[in-house]
Design a binder for this molecule. Structure first.
Ligand code: ZN
Ligand code: ZN
Ligand code: FE
Length: 750
């Protein structure tokens, strides 16, 4: 296996390459290291264990004076290096966009703020050239203090000397500040009354959290809603006010040690939690998990992260307990970033606001990752990662703007061999979301400093992103198919060349097909030039259209009716009253408001309903997630029959098998496991069949369904056992958050 890394930061001229050379030699790895315009690129090849070791140690053992601002990594297939070498620097000649992501507070700064002898003791906006805000405070380029939201603060004598002193850690640290001259916090009630400032505000906020209040805390890329994660009542109150039924909320722990008492953390999860990006990492709860049940109700997993700003550090250190820290917004609206907004939109949600007077120039939600199949899979790529570009294996002919999809939207700007993905924008449902969308497009275009010659959108005529493109760029808009974009995105981040072809599995909830039906269980033979829809699930009906997304029992009934026809009336496995069921079967028969779909996501939902897990859901993919977690409780190796013929995957025998098992009293976890095994078998059988037809042995796994770690891990293992090489997402999300990368790349080949 091969590990590929792109590191930006203070990594040139600091003895970093010789260090990498020695580390690779020590671990017996082959490959190379080289400097380029955006930092250092490394590829190492060897056993997975040693590569994991390398990944951890390249950061933990690096020379003291080197610093990482970002580290992108992915595991790829071998490419056959003979030895390890330091290669000549690569002058790729492209302008290096000098806007960095926000960088979590470094160790030196952390120790200063906890040292009573230091002049920055307890100073909540401490930073240095190696750490601190960047992306979220920059108003204009070049990156100088006068072009940041720090421009209203005048440095005191001491800060200015540090700034001027070439030997100082704060030499030209643009946001440099201290207690005397810099930003500070204040506590307000929701009527807008100032209660107190600075230390008093922090002490009081901490007492209020202990007492069960919900505090809106202004952070780096937006406000969090914060409450005591061990206080069930407080967490329930936050949920009710935020109008958030059951969707898990993230928990910030004071440190790794306290987190380890509540959740299981393996080596790669620890690396992710402590990485410079400090994302939320989705991990399994321990049996002894003692936080409020409502943090992540009915769920085996929880999103966990560590403090990434001095404010978070000190607050959590003083609290001595974990807090829920969830984005401050109402469902579907963007996260709150300024005070005016906070008082207006958080009234009735937060009890108090802990604000500060350093402006947030652009909003940036926390990022989310998950470790599966020994890889780090992004679920949401935002703070800490944006706007670090994905490096392509080829150059784009012209600058491109990718408009993204509708759900989990990100946009992207591509130029030369780089694609800059925006921060997470979210679902484009509300006017506020569309405002943020437009802002982000203009912002990223101006950061990268290009005018797009081609603009790519999704084929779906109803997507607000596509409509935006039709209005703004009618002369240069092209549209590409959703699942093809998923596959292209997976190919691009895995460095495939324009002559490569893949068998691509794009499994998700929904996407507009070229035949105007809803696709989502697609197997494509694809290259950058185009795709052939080789296989798909047998189309089935979604009774009530969008209603079926929120009510998986509707889809369940539709699949049961397809399988059993009139015998469905005798089945017990739906939650409907007789008359309700009869009515739905009528509309299925007459095909009234029952769009056809080949969605794999909806199939997972339907199965979750048939076995009685969730008939209705309150957040996206809830039923499918529950099905995965149930499957995790069984190690059964059985599976259900299916048929692949006529370009179709026939799923009805699967439904038949599940109903047989239910009748025989087979436990839920076993059925859930068998269903997962079945989908893995479908992937492997389809791949074998298509390899025979085409000779292609590279398989790409993409789409939101591949956030399912059981499915991903088993599919990768079985495909590799069968001689396939597999491509999975590690730089951008497999869900629709990664679509904009595929769109950007596609423009080059039209
Ligand atoms: Zn620092
Ligand atoms: Zn100062
Ligand atoms: Fe999708």
């Amino acid at each position: 296996m091969r590990l590929k890394l792109h590191i930006s930061g203070l990594v040139q001229g600091v003895g970093f390459r010789p260090f990498v050379y020695r580390l690779a030699k020590e671990l017996g790895l082959k490959g190379y290291v080289l400097n380029n315009n955006s930092g250092v690129s490394i590829e190492v090849e060897g056993e997975k264990r040693e590569l994991d070791n390398f990944l951890v140690r390249v950061d933990s053992d690096k020379p003291d004076i080197s610093k990482f601002f970002s580290l992108q990594h992915n595991f790829l297939n071998d490419s056959g290096f003979d030895n390890f070498e330091i290669r000549d620097s690569l002058e790729d000649g492209f302008k290096n966009i000098s806007i960095l992501p926000d960088i979590s507070v470094c160790e030196e700064c952390s120790s200063e703020i906890t040292d009573p002898q230091d002049r920055r003791f307890m100073y909540l906006f401490t930073n240095c050239t190696d750490c601190g805000p960047r992306f979220t405070i920059i108003e204009d380029l070049p990156y100088d203090r006068k072009n940041t939201s720090m421009n209203k603060f005048v440095m005191c004598h001491d800060c200015q000397s540090e700034y001027n002193e070439s030997g100082s850690r704060r030499f030209h640290a643009q946001p440099n500040a201290c207690n005397i001259c810099g930003p500070f916090i204040s506590l307000y009630d929701l009527e807008g009354n100032l209660l107190c400032s600075k230390e008093d505000a922090l002490e009081r906020a901490i007492n209020l959290i202990h007492a069960g209040n919900v505090i809106g805390v202004k952070g780096l890329g937006g406000y969090h809603l914060v409450c005591d994660a061990t206080n069930e009542e407080a967490v329930v109150r936050l949920r009710e006010r935020k109008n958030r039924d059951e969707k898990p909320m993230a928990v910030m722990f004071p440190d790794l040690y306290t987190a380890g008492k509540e959740v299981r953390i393996n080596m790669l999860e620890e690396r992710a939690l402590t990485s410079v990006e400090k994302p939320i990492v989705i991990v399994n709860k321990l049996d002894s998990f003692s936080l409020a049940e409502s943090v992540s109700p009915g769920n085996n997993t929880v999103g966990v992260f560590l403090p990434y700003t001095p404010l978070h550090h000190i607050m959590l250190k003083k609290l001595k307990k974990p807090v829920v820290a969830t984005s401050a917004n109402l469902t579907d609206d963007p996260i709150v970033i300024d005070e005016k907004d906070a008082f207006a939109r958080l009234s009735g949600i937060a009890d108090f606001l802990l604000i500060h007077n350093r402006g947030i120039v652009r909003r940036c939600d926390d990022s989310v990752v998950r470790i599966a199949a020994d890889r780090q899979i992004p679920v949401r790529r935002s703070r800490g990662y944006a706007p670090v570009p994905v490096i392509l294996p080829f150059k784009l002919d012209k600058p491109v703007l990718a408009l993204g999809p509708y759900m989990n939207n990100t946009i992207a700007v591509g130029v030369d061999n780089k694609v800059y993905l925006s921060q997470h924008i979210g679902d484009l449902d509300t006017p506020l979301a569309m405002e943020f969308y437009e802002e982000t497009i203009n912002d990223l275009l101006s950061i990268v400093d290009v005018t797009p010659e081609i603009v790519v959108g999704d084929m779906h005529p109803g997507y607000n992103s596509t409509k935006y493109g039709e209005k703004k760029y009618p002369d240069r808009l092209v549209k590409i198919q959703h699942h093809f974009a998923h596959i292209l995105s997976c190919m691009a981040e895995n460095g495939l060349s324009p002559k490569d072809e893949v068998i691509g599995f794009a499994f998700d909830g929904t996407g507009y097909g070229t035949d105007k039906t809803i696709w989502g269980g697609e197997v494509m033979i694809a290259s950058y030039m185009g795709f052939r829809r080789a296989l798909h699930l047998r189309p089935y009906r979604l009774p009530g259209g969008d209603k079926a997304v929120k009510e998986p029992c509707r889809t369940a009934l539709s699949l049961l009716y397809d399988t059993f026809g009139e015998k469905t009336y005798n089945l017990q496995f739906t939650p409907f009253q007789d008359n309700e069921r009869d009515l739905l079967i009528e509309i299925i028969k007459k095909s009234i408001n029952c769009p056809l779909t080949t969605s794999m996501g909806r199939l997972f939902d339907a199965v979750a309903s048939i076995i009685g897990l969730h008939h209705k859901i309150s957040y996206h993919a809830q039923a499918a997630i529950a099905l995965e977690q149930l499957a995790g409780k069984s190690a059964d190796t059985g599976a259900y029959p299916f048929v692949i013929s006529n370009h179709m995957i026939y799923q009805l025998p699967v439904i038949d098998g599940i109903v047989d098992d239910l009748k025989a009293g087979v436990p839920g976890p076993v059925i859930a496991r068998r269903f997962h095994n079945t989908i893995v078998n479908i992937i492997v059988d389809a791949s074998v069949q298509l390899r025979k037809e085409t000779g292609i042995s590279q398989v790409a796994l993409t789409g939101g369904v591949f956030q399912n770690s059981i499915l991903m891990e088993c599919a990768v293992r079985k495909l590799e056992e069968n001689g396939f090489s597999t491509l999975v997402h590690q730089l951008v999300p497999p869900n629709d958050g990664g679509i904009s990368l595929g769109q950007a790349v596609s423009a080059n080949f039209m």
